[in-house]
Design a protein around this ligand. Structure first.
Ligand code: ZN
Length: 408
């Protein structure tokens, strides 16, 4: 069911999407939302050129985005349209488009919904995946922006941060964690009064760590290349951004709590996002803040982070990353960092970084994982320890992954 507001915005979008060849008929006859097909990434990408209204070909978009990612060009723009790579691994990558206006709208939305207004002029350190001149125009009389490229060296960033001493810090969790470690080591001396975690999922364990280091509640904006999905309210809970998106829910469990969102973007025109099903798993929650937008207890990450094994009866058993996460937080407090990767139908690799790294800790970790698997009826999964590797700067933080899913 659309709210009256969403209904009006959807009708207005249909007119703006008229250059989209893929949706020409549906847009022309002002079809209802449920007459549009639900698209998954593969189909969406296959029809990339017919869907976007900017006349950009898929091959060109990929090339520009990859070259920018590898530092071979300074920006990832084609005729003023920015091309973004969506997370996903090699076989499952996507490209997304946003015009300058749409990108500025995003920054504006973050400001409106999360930063709030204060009369004192404040300095904002804003970390982005790539440099873009357009953001310089966002400076206002009350906010002074300083933009950082997340691919730059940490030392350079820390030096700039110390010189700026920002009031507000906006960055991905992986970047926030590295800055927090810098603070712990006494290298980074900033004392922001507001921190906004953007883009990736902020795991509860990291949230607590950041809160401890900075002595602040961390605000969250959950954004993926496909859209600005959710943000935190004044009670600290996440709510879906049903102001700029229509979000339909495809439940994946019997209790109807976990779902994949199917999003329709009510602002983007360069690349119509209509009934696009995301791989993220969202969990519904409750909030007393009075917002009409759906509250989320948590965002679990992508379906390719869900581990899947066959039990002895040949039935598939799915284990959500959250299940492992909670177990590890609860029973393995001496593990500083870990990675858990399903590499084959029956193979699971793990790596740990412990405060006092010893084989005993590794054994205990292994035992805990094996026990969890056993409780799910999985008895002969191979568990192998590999060397822990720190994520590279700019990499997303994904502790639990299923590369077997990615291969499939
Ligand atoms: Zn709330």
């Amino acid at each position: 069911m659309l709210s009256w507001f969403q209904g009006i915005k959807f009708r207005s979008q249909q007119k703006k999407w008229k250059n989209s060849e893929f949706y020409a008929d549906l847009n022309h006859r002002a079809a209802k939302l449920n007459e549009y097909p639900v698209l998954y990434k593969a189909v969406f990408m296959k029809n990339f050129e017919a869907i976007n209204t900017a006349g950009i070909a898929l091959e060109e978009a990929f090339k520009v985005a990859l070259d920018a990612e590898n530092g071979m060009r300074i920006n990832s723009e084609i005729n003023g349209i920015t091309v973004g790579l969506s997370s996903g691994t090699s076989g499952n990558r996507g490209v997304f488009l946003a015009s300058e206006k749409e990108r500025a709208q995003w920054v504006g939305a973050v400001l409106d919904r999360v930063i709030g207004l204060k009369l004192k002029k404040r300095k904002v350190a804003f970390f982005l995946r790539a440099n873009s001149e357009l953001y310089e125009s966002v400076n206002s009389s009350l906010l002074q922006f300083d933009f950082y490229n997340i691919h730059d060296e940490l030392e350079v960033q820390v030096e700039r941060l110390n010189a700026l001493n920002p009031d507000i810090l906006v960055a991905q969790p992986s970047v926030l964690l590295r800055i927090a470690e810098g603070v712990n080591m006494g290298k980074c001396k900033i004392k922001p009064s507001k921190i906004i975690s953007v883009a990736e999922v902020l795991e509860p364990i990291d949230e607590r760590f950041l809160e401890r280091v900075f002595d602040l509640d961390i605000d969250q904006v959950y954004q993926c290349t496909e859209g600005f999905l959710a943000f935190t309210c004044n009670k600290g809970n996440l709510h879906l951004n049903e102001y700029s998106l229509i979000i339909e829910k495809r439940y994946i469990d019997l209790e109807k709590k976990r779902f994949h969102p199917i999003i329709t973007d009510l602002e983007r025109v360069s690349q119509p996002i209509i009934r696009y099903e995301l791989n993220d798993i969202l969990i519904e929650g409750e909030c007393t803040c009075g917002s009409v937008f759906t509250c989320l207890e948590q965002i679990e990450g992508r379906a390719d982070d869900t581990l899947c094994f066959e039990n002895q009866e040949g039935r598939k058993v799915y284990i959500y990353p959250d299940i492992f996460r909670r177990r590890i937080i609860k029973n393995c407090e001496w593990v500083h960092e870990y990675q858990l990767v399903q590499t084959g139908e029956r193979e699971l690799e793990y790596a740990i970084k412990a405060e006092n790294g010893s084989s005993l800790i590794s054994e205990q970790f292994k035992k805990e994982i094996a026990q969890l698997l056993e409780e799910r009826g999985l008895v002969d999964i191979e568990l192998e320890e590999v060397k822990y590797l720190d994520p590279k700067p700019g990499d997303k933080l994904r502790r639990i992954r299923n590369t077997n899913y990615e291969k499939a």
